[in-house]
Write a protein that binds this ligand. Sequence first.
Ligand SMILES: Cc1ncc(COP(=O)(O)O)c(C=O)c1O
Length: 503
Amino acid sequence: MAALRVSRTTLLRPVSSGARAPGFGVRLFSASAARTAASSLFPDEPAGPTVKTEIPGPVSKSYIDDLDEVFDIRSLHMLADYSKSIGNYIADPDGNVLLDVFAQIASIPLGYNNPGLIAASKTPEMVSAIVNRPALGNFPAYDWAATLRTGILKAAPPGLSQVFTAMTGSDANETAYKAAFMYRRQRERGGPQAAFTEEELSTAMSNTMPGSANDLSILSFKAAFHGRLFGSLSTTRSKPIHKLDIPAFDWPQATFPQLKYPLEDHVAENEAAERASLEEVEHLIQTFPRKPAAVVVEPIQSEGGDNHASPAFFRGLREVTARNDVLLIVDEVQTGVGATGRFWAHEHWGLSSPPDMVTFSKKAQAAGYYYADPALRPNLPYRQFNTWMGDPVRAVLFRAIYEQIQQHGLVAQAARVGDYLYAGLQRIAERYPDQVANLRGKDRGTFIAFDNPRRDEVLRRAKTLGVNLGGSGVSAVRLRPMLVFEERHADILLGVLEKIVAS
Ligand SMILES: Cc1ncc(COP(=O)(O)O)c(C=O)c1O
């Protein structure tokens, strides 16, 4: 198939993305910081997709049948050939090469077979990290602090200088929740020196009060997704299928504002929805029988359908949580690491004080939570602990990712390309308003989505036209390109989407 393109002249560049709220100590990634053009990263990247067979084609089908004998394949989107995937393009064993705008569920930051990351994987430091994996809580390498300071902590959100490293997004949230519970109880007990009572020690062993804090909770939002471990799953509210048959905590959920689009036509309604949501949060904090130790929120609800709220809403949430002495955990597992046009999405909000904890994973490749208050470290060792406690391999990789993001100005690029993509989609939405409905993500880099009444068909057709797309919620087409996605890739995506919605 020939590369699909729409002419640049038909896709006017937006003049400006408009004013953005100043963030708390916002990190600046200006375009001038780009010392090397990102487009030079993948000189061998194809000019466009190639679709040779149906997907899956005959070769993929035989591999899938083979895989099915030993592994559950029912969630499989496509079988990949990673040795042939490059930059923004994912290849399959039939020779099909697709523009990848899903990027392993928003988790590939810098393109397939990125030369800088391959180089980082061949250093003696990385080899040692792979073959000598430490149990980080007990036997960290002498230079673990240096590894953290030059990587994970260099990328830390403004104001948060400590990190607990974990394994996945769910684990990052789960451990952040545990930190919140222990923090709260420690304060109620009178500080880190206060001893546990005999009753606490014995009832903890039978999962009952007061040793087990069954009177505490984590407040999350309807349609939120925070993971699939027991605690994180209890705060996940996106789809019943994730939760069915699993014992869950009886924890409170508040309504996430359901904004109406276009935003400029629904200002008063949307403000009222956000106000109502904040009132509900405060009411639940004050009245729910199991008192929330923390509120957890995604900057943009991702799995739940790409639901946005305004910076003012999140500033309000910071105020409500602070006023009621409840921690604020911002789950940046999907929004973090640049795609929204800021390194951390919450930097868009202009908070007067940072969140208490920020969780991360996906594009960071490493996972964990950032925090500032030393009291969030429990009073005794082994209270927040496991064997691996993260992985130096992933920490070294995140450092290399962060360096490349800085070197190529990729956060500024995501903002610029996002504006371009949004403007292109807006033009398609004007012509096909029912097909590209509720376009959202303006001024949020490439973190863009829209609703389509036949969403799953759109995703299927996109594949036949050479684009790997993902969905979220019930009807959203969610765009999650990598940070190396440029205007020329946006042109291909827009061409494919226009072709689909026009037919
Ligand atoms: C916002 C958010 N939090 C947490 C998670 C869970 O991460 P993981 O699947 O790595 O456990 C996800 C995964 O999609 C997510 O999008």
